[in-house]
Design a protein around this ligand. Structure first.
Ligand SMILES: NC(=O)C1=CN([C@@H]2O[C@H](COP(=O)(O)OP(=O)(O)OC[C@H]3O[C@@H](n4cnc5c(N)ncnc54)[C@H](OP(=O)(O)O)[C@@H]3O)[C@@H](O)[C@H]2O)C=CC1
Ligand SMILES: O=C1OC[C@@H](O)[C@H](O)[C@H]1O
Length: 377
């Protein structure tokens, strides 16, 4: 009998940065990129190279010379002289928006108005009001709009969610939830993530994943933000945010979810060492479920279940599927949704609905209010 095993760590790295592109279907979706963004190779360009059903046709940058350089480096055949020109090109079906957070709303709105489907980087916009407006517009125009919570589409995330939710449904109430993404200061203070004018902030950047993970894995919703303690690094900008959320939903019993988001954990401290692996932990009455590296499960992950009575820990099998990155699984979902004219997207495993994105953004807004900070504009 033939056995199938997923590629190992280096095989997965090779798969996620392919040197050449596969040939494309005649009806492949044509997608253009707004900005020569750092995330674009991982977020779109490399996954698209491995797919026949989508082709990256152009990139636009504020300075076209930069777009040309980026296009040459990433084997993108064309450039456009401005974001507007790209969006209004009738030969383009879809737009990838990896601009700074504060530009997500305006350029996604323009893309939708021009009739393009949009793969939109997280967080969806600067605040919940803008997010709601974008998804209403997408619905009115029958277009696909997806906030890029790529980690949800990976088979390990889906497996972990199913195992946890089954256990809860079998009568084991959640007692505590924890989610952590806390990185040392890898980024300079000039990074877009620390710029209030670009809707920066650590809670916006990595905190949006934490709220989403808590909601996605448990199936619960945020009832209230019980506490939000920021470490301020610039006016109205958080370099770290520690939160406690009260959750609501079936079997929730007001369970608390504790989140830690940081982009400024000090180098060489015990705290940095303890928090360095992005982790999601859910404790029920009898077990503790842990998903390590839940943010980039395609790179590496581990999933464990500890029995609170016996103290024994079970290591769940790793789930890498065909070894591709979470961004590739996400792109496949996006293509499927567009090809199906946005119908029945809820049946796509991991799909982030508009309602989901709005709820996530509402929780983010509430965190900033609770922290005594301004909601992003
Ligand atoms: N899904 C994921 O795994 C990840 C998602 N992200 C998200 O993607 C987005 C972009 O992140 P990242 O790629 O790191 O960002 P970059 O620092 O690379 O910036 C992205 C682009 O923003 C454009 N830009 C437009 N206006 C401004 C301005 N006023 N100041 C600075 N840049 C501007 C630049 O475009 P131009 O080329 O036109 O000059 C730049 O190429 C963020 O929303 C982030 O949250 C980021 C990393 C990972
Ligand atoms: O995946 C990510 O990890 C690091 C962050 O700064 C980035 O914006 C995020 O999307």
């Amino acid at each position: 009998m033939a056995t199938h095993s997923s590629p190992g760590f280096f095989g997965r790295r090779t798969l996620s940065s392919p040197k050449t592109s596969v040939s494309k279907d005649n009806d492949a979706l044509r997608i253009g990129i707004l900005g020569a963004a750092n995330i674009a190779p991982d977020g779109l360009i490399n996954p698209a190279k491995t797919m026949r059903s989508i082709v990256v046709v152009s990139v636009a940058a504020r300075d076209e010379a930069k777009a040309k350089e980026f296009a040459a480096k990433n084997e993108i055949p064309n450039t456009h002289p401005s974001y507007d020109a790209l969006i209004n090109d009738p030969s383009i079906d879809c737009i990838y928006n990896p601009l700074p957070n504060g530009l997500h709303y305006i350029w996604t709105k323009k893309a939708l108005e021009a009739g393009k489907h949009v793969l939109l980087e997280k967080p969806a916009a600067s605040n919940a009001e803008q997010t709601k407006e974008l998804f209403e517009l997408a619905k009115a125009k029958n277009l696909v709009l997806l906030e890029a919570f790529h980690n949800r589409f990976h088979p390990a995330s889906l497996r972990f969610r199913d195992i946890l939710q089954k256990h809860i449904a079998e009568g084991h109430p959640l007692k505590h939830i924890q989610a952590v993404i806390a990185l040392p200061p890898l980024l300079p203070p000039t990074d877009i993530r620390f710029d209030w004018n670009l809707a920066g902030g650590t809670m916006m950047d990595v905190g949006c994943y934490l709220i989403n993970a808590v909601r996605f894995f448990t199936g619960l919703e945020v009832e209230s933000v019980e506490s939000a303690v920021p470490k301020i690094v610039a006016e109205n900008v958080d370099g770290r945010m520690d939160c406690v959320f009260k959750m609501k939903g079936p079997h929730s019993n007001g369970v608390l979810a504790q989140t830690t988001a940081s982009l400024t954990n000090p180098w060489l401290s015990l705290q940095t060492y303890l928090e360095i692996i992005p982790k999601f932990i859910a404790e029920t009455d009898d077990k503790v479920f842990t998903f390590g590296v839940f943010l980039l499960p395609g790179m590496y992950h581990y999933m464990t279940i500890k029995d609170k009575v016996t103290g024994k820990t079970e290591n769940l099998p790793k789930v890498y599927g065909d070894g591709h990155s979470s961004h590739k699984f996400q792109l496949e979902a996006f293509v499927k949704a567009v090809k199906n004219h946005g119908k029945d997207v809820e049946s796509i495993p991991g799909w982030v609905t508009g309602e989901d994105s709005v709820l996530n953004m509402q929780a983010l807004d509430d965190v900033y209010r609770r922290a005594g900070m301004k909601v992003r504009e």
